[in-house]
Design a protein around this ligand. Structure first.
Ligand code: SF4
Length: 389
C-alpha cells in the first residue's frame, strides 16, 4: 500500500503495518470523539486493501427452532414463555416445509436458532423433544441440520453455549456455527446488569465455546452487542478478546457489530439505542484492530443509514432473508435484497451472495459439506450468480 499520510500519528502507524495495541485503540477512540473522519478514512482504506469493493450477504432462512430459554437477558424479546402467542417449537415437519420454501426462494443458508438449553427449565420443551424423538435440543439440531443439508441448504447453528462434543457432532453438517461474545466484561453479569440472569452470557463461558470451536477447527461467527451499558473501554477490550482468540485458533471468520435496540416488553425498554457516532467509531476501530477480519453490521438495525457503514470499513451485511422475519429483532424487517444491491452500487460496491462459511474458511469445513458448497460456488468461493437466477 502506498503510504497514506493522515494527521494522526497512531493511524499512520497502522498504515506502516504495525499492530494496534489496546492502548492505541483507546487513544484512537478518544481522538475520534472530536473528529472521527480520519478513523473512518483509515478503516475504509484497510477494508479496500483487504476486502476490495465487494460486500457480501448470506441468503438465509431463519428457523426459529425453539424460543424457550433457560436464561433471561434484560434486552431479549426473542425468548418466550409457555403460553405466549409468540412461542415457537418447530416439529420435524415444520422444518421440512420451511426447507422446501427456502429452496424455492434460492436461499443457501439454514440459520437454526434456539434459546439456551430450554429443556433444563421447561417441561414443555422436554415434551416437545420427546414428541420429535430426541432428548436434547442439540440432538434435534443435529437432525435438522442433516435435513437441511439433504434438502440443499447449508446449516449455520446458533444455539448458545454448545459443548465441545455437541459442536463436534454439528460440524459434520454445519457450514459454520455462531455464538455472540456480546461483551467481554464480567461487570455486565452483575446485579442490575443485562446478563445478571443469563449465566450462559458469562464472558468466560462464551470464550470457552469459541476456544473449543477453535480446537475443533470450526469456522465461527461471533460479535458484540453495542450499547447495553458497557463503557467504551469495555467494548474496545472485547474487540481485543475476539482478536486474541482468532490469533490463537484462526477460526473466527466474522465479527458482527450489532447496535442494541430497546424492545417494549423488556427490562431495558427505556435504554436508548447507542448513538450512531459511537457505533460507527467502534465499527471503524474494529477494522483497525483486525484489518483482515470480515466485519458485519445488520442492515435492518440501521434501516436509514446502513449504507453509510461502508465508509467505516464493513464488508458484510450478514444473513438477509427473503422469506422469514428477524425473530430476534421482529420490529426490524429485512431490507429487500434488490434495494441493498442498489445502495451498494451507489456507493461503488458490488453485492454478492456468500455461503454461511466465508471462502477463506472453506478448508475448515467437513469435506462432504464443502463439496456441496463447491457445486454451486464460483471461483471466488461465493454463490454462483447463475444459481440465484
Ligand atoms: S438473548 Fe439468548 S440467552 Fe438471552 S434470553 Fe434471549 S434467547 Fe436466552
Amino acid at each position: 500500500m502506498s503510504r497514506i499520510i493522515l494527521n494522526s500519528e497512531l493511524l499512520n502507524k497502522v498504515f506502516d503495518g504495525r499492530e494496534v495495541t489496546l492502548d492505541d485503540a483507546y487513544q484512537i477512540y478518544q481522538d475520534a470523539e472530536s473528529n472521527p473522519h480520519e478513523l473512518y478514512r483509515a478503516a475504509e482504506i484497510l477494508r479496500n486493501k483487504n476486502k476490495g469493493r465487494i460486500v457480501t450477504y448470506s441468503r438465509k432462512v431463519f428457523f426459529n427452532v425453539v424460543n424457550l430459554c433457560r436464561d433471561t437477558c434484560s434486552y431479549c424479546t426473542y425468548k418466550s414463555e409457555p403460553g405466549d402467542s409468540k412461542i415457537s417449537m418447530m416439529s420435524k415437519q415444520d422444518v421440512a416445509n420451511l426447507i422446501e420454501v427456502g429452496k424455492k426462494f434460492k436461499c443457501t443458508e439454514a440459520l437454526f436458532v434456539t434459546g439456551e438449553r430450554p429443556e433444563q427449565k421447561y417441561s414443555k420443551a422436554m415434551e416437545w423433544l420427546k414428541e420429535n424423538g430426541f432428548s436434547s435440543t442439540s440432538e434435534f439440531l443435529v437432525h435438522t441440520s442433516e435435513m437441511a443439508l439433504k434438502g440443499g441448504l447449508f446449516p449455520h447453528t446458533n444455539a448458545g453455549n454448545l459443548t465441545k462434543s455437541e459442536m463436534n457432532q454439528l460440524k459434520k453438517t454445519n457450514a459454520s456455527l455462531g455464538v455472540m461474545l456480546e461483551n467481554a466484561s464480567e461487570r455486565l453479569t452483575g446485579k442490575g446488569m443485562p446478563h445478571e440472569f443469563a449465566p450462559s452470557k458469562n464472558p468466560r463461558a462464551r470464550r470457552r465455546v469459541l476456544e473449543n470451536a477453535g480446537d475443533l477447527a470450526i469456522p465461527m461467527t461471533t460479535g458484540l452487542l453495542v450499547g447495553i451499558g458497557e463503557s467504551p473501554f469495555e467494548i474496545i477490550d472485547s474487540i481485543f478478546t475476539i482478536k486474541s482468540i482468532h490469533q490463537k485458533y484462526g477460526n473466527i471468520q466474522e465479527v458482527i457489530l450489532q447496535n442494541f435496540q430497546p424492545k417494549p416488553d423488556t427490562l431495558m425498554q427505556n435504554t436508548p439505542t447507542p448513538q450512531e457516532k459511537y457505533f460507527k467509531n467502534l465499527v471503524a476501530l474494529t477494522r483497525l484492530v483486525m484489518p483482515e477480519m470480515n466485519i458485519q453490521i445488520p442492515p435492518n438495525l440501521s434501516p436509514n443509514s446502513y449504507q453509510d457503514f461502508l465508509q467505516t470499513g464493513i464488508n458484510d451485511w450478514g444473513g438477509i432473508s427473503p422469506i422469514t422475519p428477524d425473530y430476534v429483532n421482529p420490529e426490524f424487517s429485512w431490507p429487500q435484497i434488490s434495494t441493498v444491491r442498489e445502495n451498494c452500487k451507489k456507493s461503488g460496491f458490488d453485492l454478492r451472495a456468500r455461503f454461511p462459511t466465508y471462502p477463506e474458511f472453506f478448508h475448515m469445513v467437513d469435506s462432504g459439506v464443502r463439496s456441496r458448497m463447491l457445486e454451486i460456488a464460483d471461483l471466488d468461493g461465493l454463490v454462483n450468480e447463475e444459481y440465484l437466477i
